[in-house]
Structures are given as structure tokens and as C-alpha cells.
Design a protein around this ligand. Structure first.
Ligand SMILES: Nc1ncnc2c1ncn2[C@@H]1O[C@H](COP(=O)(O)OP(=O)(O)O)[C@@H](O)[C@H]1O
Ligand SMILES: [Mg+2]
Length: 145
């Protein structure tokens, strides 16, 4: 799907539509510049999953945040992992092969490795800033998976 949102609230609402397409075990990679709306979208996904959206912030330093729920939402951020670095860490391996819904900000930086590690469906959400409050968001299932 390709959608243009005109506010952060609209991007959160888009996430609740996307929630309907996701099953436990699925992984959603989010790409786009800083400020493009990846964390805002994740907040909307949390809300749609009955998780308090206020607890959602970019796990830039922690790498991984786990928000309990049924299913749980696991929020990962590869921003600080250096190019060519190793994304293998045990919590991520568990997350990718468990029954949570997993969102990975900057996941495109290690897409080939994710394609090997993910056993469920892999989706990619591309965010582009096209105006002060306008974001063009393309979400599709990964065709190379
Ligand atoms: N249409 C929109 N969708 C998402 N965020 C928007 C939109 N318009 C303005 N914003 C603002 O842009 C910023 C997006 O930040 P954030 O979600 O943290 O981005 P990222 O995680 O991609 O770095 C927020 O301050 C948000 O309020
Ligand atoms: Mg972010």
C-alpha cells in the first residue's frame, strides 16, 4: 500500500490498519530518515495492540524494547550498529523466531541478514518526508524473502 499522511495522528492511524495484516511472528522493517515517522508509526501499532503508546520510544541505545501484550510488540533499532557490524544478539534471535510482532527501525541496513534470520513474514515500510507534516509511506511484503 502507498499512503500519504498529513499528521503524526494519521500515521498512527495507518499503523492500526497495518496491524490487521500482521500476525504473531511477523517482522516489519521500517526505513526512512530521522524524523520520518518510524517511531510514531510504532506508537500507533502499540496502541492498536492494546499496549500503552506512551512507553514507546526509539530503542536507539537499548537496541531492543519488549512491550508485553498478546501478542507482545518487540521494537528494535539498528541505527547505532556500525556498517558491517554484527546484528546477531540472542534477544533478537529469540524475537525473530518467537510469536511477537517485531518492528525494526533502520532494519534495511541489514536486510540480507534479516532475510536469512526471519522465518515468519517480512514486511518493509518505507517512510519519506514530502512536506513539513506530510509523509509518503509505502508498506509491502518483502519480495526477496
Ligand atoms: N505525517 C506525519 N507522520 C509522522 N510523524 C509526523 C508527521 N508529521 C509530522 N510528524 C512529526 O515528525 C516526527 C517524527 O518523529 P519519529 O516518529 O521519532 O521519526 P523517526 O522514528 O523516523 O526518526 C515527530 O515529531 C512527529 O510529530
Ligand atoms: Mg525512531
Amino acid at each position: 500500500m502507498i499512503v500519504e499522511t498529513g499528521s503524526a495522528v494519521e500515521t498512527e492511524q495507518l499503523a492500526s490498519q497495518v496491524r490487521e495484516k500482521l500476525s504473531p511472528g511477523d517482522v516489519l522493517v521500517l526505513t526512512g530518515d530521522l524524523g520520518a515517522g518510524k517511531t510514531t508509526f510504532t506508537r500507533g501499532l502499540a496502541r492498536a495492540m492494546g499496549i500503552d503508546p506512551n512507553v514507546v520510544s526509539s530503542p536507539t541505545f537499548t537496541l531492543i524494547n519488549i512491550y508485553p501484550g498478546t501478542p507482545a510488540l518487540i521494537h528494535v533499532d539498528f541505527y547505532r550498529i556500525p556498517d558491517g557490524g554484527d546484528i546477531f544478539f540472542e534477544e533478537l534471535d529469540d524475537a525473530l523466531n518467537g510469536d511477537a510482532i517485531v518492528v525494526i527501525e533502520w532494519g534495511d541496513r541489514f536486510l540480507d541478514q534479516l532475510r536469512e534470520m526471519v522465518q515468519g513474514k517480512l514486511f518493509i515500510g518505507r517512510f519519506r518526508v514530502t512536506g513539513e507534516e506530510i509523509r509518503e509511506i509505502v508498506i509491502e511484503e518483502d519480495s526477496h524473502h
